[in-house]
Design a protein around this ligand. Structure first.
Ligand code: KIV
Length: 272
C-alpha cells in the first residue's frame, strides 16, 4: 500500500471481532476535521462525534441545546478529517422521540455526514427505537448509566448502579438493548463492579467512561484527555497533556512579541 492510499475504515464487524479476541476498543470524541485527523492517525478505533460538543465546543452548560444540525455539521467535518476509525454520531436531545421520527433523524445523519453509526442515550424506553433503526439498516450504539441528556430528570451527574434497584435496572437495560440490535453500549459512570458484570453478560462490547477498567473498551472526551479545558475535567479523565497551558503560553508570547517588536503605530492625521 502506498503512503497515499487511505487505510480501510473499520466496520462494526471489526469491532465485534475485537470483542471476540478480547482486544480493547479505544474510542475518543472529536468535533472537527483537524482533531479527527489527529485522533485517527494516533490509532483510535472509533471516533464519537458526541453531543458533548455542546459543552466543550459550543459553550453550553449542558448537552440539551445541541441541535441535529449542529451534530450534522460537526460529524461531516470529522468524516472529512478521518480515514480509519469507525465514526459514531450522537443523536442529540429532541432528535430521539418516537421510533419513526428517530429513524428520519438518523437517516439524515447517515446521508448528510457519511458516519457509520449513531448513538442513542437511554434505557428500556429506547428498545423500540433501536429495533426500528436496526431494522432499517442503521448501526446503533446504546448509552446507559449517566445519560447527560437526562440530567434534569436524573437530578445531576452522579454514579449509577450503587443500589440494587439501580443495578437491576442497568442489567436489564443492557441485555434488552443488546437484544434490540445495538452493536456496542456505552456505560457512563456505572460502578466498576457492575460494569464488569454487565460486560461479562453481553457479547457486544461495553465502552466505559468513568466505569472502571473492566469494560470491553473505553471512551473519553478528547478535551479531557489532552487537558484542553478551562474548567477541571472529571476525576476519571486523568489528562495526559496540558494543551490549555501550551495555548496560553503561545498566545501570550505572540501578544507580547507583537506589542514589543512592532513599536508604537505612527498616527497619520488626514489633512481634510
Ligand atoms: O457526548 C459524548 O461525548 C458522550 C461520551 C461522553 C460517551 O456521550
Amino acid at each position: 500500500m502506498s503512503a497515499q492510499t487511505p487505510s480501510k475504515r473499520l466496520t462494526i464487524r471489526d469491532i465485534a471481532a475485537m470483542r471476540r479476541r478480547g482486544e480493547a476498543v479505544a474510542m475518543l470524541t472529536a468535533y472537527d476535521a483537524t482533531m479527527a485527523a489527529l485522533v485517527d492517525m494516533s490509532g483510535a478505533d472509533m471516533i464519537l462525534v458526541g453531543d458533548s460538543l455542546g459543552n466543550v465546543v459550543l459553550g453550553h452548560e449542558t448537552t440539551l441545546p445541541v441541535t441535529l444540525d449542529d451534530m450534522i455539521r460537526h460529524a461531516a467535518a470529522v468524516k472529512r478529517g478521518s480515514q480509519r476509525a469507525l465514526l459514531v454520531c450522537d443523536l442529540p436531545f429532541g432528535a430521539v422521540t418516537d421510533p419513526d421520527t428517530t429513524l428520519v433523524n438518523a437517516m439524515r445523519v447517515l446521508k448528510e455526514t457519511g458516519v457509520e453509526a449513531v448513538k442513542i442515550e437511554g434505557g428500556l424506553a429506547m428498545v423500540p427505537v433501536v429495533e426500528k433503526l436496526v431494522a432499517h439498516g442503521i448501526a446503533v450504539v446504546a448509552h446507559i448509566g449517566l445519560t447527560p441528556q437526562h440530567v434534569h430528570q436524573m437530578g445531576g451527574y452522579y454514579m449509577h448502579g450503587k443500589d440494587e434497584a439501580s443495578a437491576a435496572r442497568l442489567r436489564a437495560e443492557a441485555l434488552a438493548l443488546e437484544a434490540a440490535g445495538a452493536f456496542a453500549i456505552v456505560l457512563e459512570c456505572v460502578t466498576p463492579a457492575l460494569a464488569a458484570e454487565i460486560t461479562h453478560s453481553l457479547t457486544i462490547p461495553t465502552i466505559g467512561i468513568g466505569s472502571g477498567k473492566d469494560c470491553a473498551g473505553q471512551v473519553l472526551v478528547i478535551n479531557d484527555l489532552i487537558g484542553l479545558n478551562i474548567t477541571p475535567p472529571p476525576s476519571f479523565a486523568k489528562p495526559r497533556a496540558d494543551v490549555a497551558s501550551v495555548i496560553r503560553t503561545a498566545v501570550g508570547d505572540y501578544v507580547a512579541e507583537t506589542k514589543t517588536k512592532r513599536g508604537p503605530i505612527p498616527l497619520v492625521l488626514r489633512a481634510d
